[in-house]
Design a protein around this ligand. Structure first.
Ligand SMILES: C[S@@+](CC[C@H](N)C(=O)[O-])C[C@H]1O[C@@H](n2cnc3c(N)ncnc32)[C@H](O)[C@@H]1O
Length: 234
């Protein structure tokens, strides 16, 4: 895993992309700055998909859990409170450090964190996790090709029978088609780049998995219109 300086962050970021490398370099800087300016960007409570995923993982005894795009950790803390071991990954280093601080001594023993850009191979051995959870990481600036590579990486690091639960904004979202087009159903609004999913993309990313469930839900004031996708590694 290489180490490079995070754009705008002034800290070393393991495996991060070179500074200023197109849309993602800009996005990393944007997320680092946004989190610095908003201590609780999505509020203090866990999300609905976070609670749902935690319930399923506990019911099936699936631990450790890999969380991709953990952000400031509203769902990381939920997973930890439910007794699961969690490895939280994000390309925003200060946000990850904040999760460890919030977890405190009571929960931090079951928390690991890694600063990493998911465009690069995941820095974990194959079959090292029982579950993967990701709220709104797959729906970031990633191209379809990058998403296919990421789904393949999730498949590689999950054990057979393991669950992957991820959420994405979809083409029924009010922001779909609005703002600056980045191509590949990606649009930038207010500095945030979003890849809006259609059903064929969900099915493409399920290669090597059983697609068990796709549930629509809404979150936030816009509201964001999302799908919660559940797939099980074959
Ligand atoms: C919409 S936020 C969601 C955060 C968190 N899951 C939540 O729901 O509160 C997306 C997160 O993905 C991270 N992210 C975006 N692109 C990434 C990339 N290429 N590699 C790693 N993390 C990324 C951002 O830093 C941010 O924390």
């Amino acid at each position: 895993m290489s180490e490079r300086r995070a754009p705008g962050a002034g800290r070393l970021v393991a495996g991060a992309a070179p500074a200023g490398e197109g849309a993602i370099g800009d996005q990393q800087r944007h997320w680092v700055e946004t989190f610095a300016a908003n201590a609780e960007m999505y509020g203090p409570e866990s999300s609905e998909p976070g609670r749902h995923a935690a319930g399923l993982f506990v019911a099936e005894g699936l631990s450790p859990v890999l969380e991709l795009g953990a952000g400031q950790g509203r769902d990381t803390l939920e997973l930890l409170r439910r007794g699961l071991e969690v490895h939280a990954l994000d390309f925003a280093p200060d946000a990850l450090a904040g999760i460890a601080a919030l977890a405190g001594p009571g929960l931090a023993g079951r928390l690991r964190t890694t600063v990493h850009d998911v465009r690069l191979a995941l820095p974990f051995a194959e079959r090292s996790f029982d579950a993967c959870y990701s709220h709104m990481l797959f729906t970031m600036a990633l191209t379809t090709e990058e998403l296919e590579t990421l789904a393949g990486e999730v498949h590689r690091v999950l054990r057979p029978g393991g669950l992957c639960i991820y959420t994405v904004r979809h083409t029924g979202d009010a922001h779909y088609g609005a703002g600056r087009s980045l191509g590949d159903d990606r649009y930038e609004n207010g500095g945030f780049a979003v890849h809006f999913f259609d059903r064929p993309l969900v099915e493409r990313l399920a290669a090597g998995f059983e697609l068990e469930d796709v549930t629509a839900f809404e979150e936030g004031g816009l509201p964001r219109r999302l799908w919660r996708v559940t797939m099980r590694r074959r």
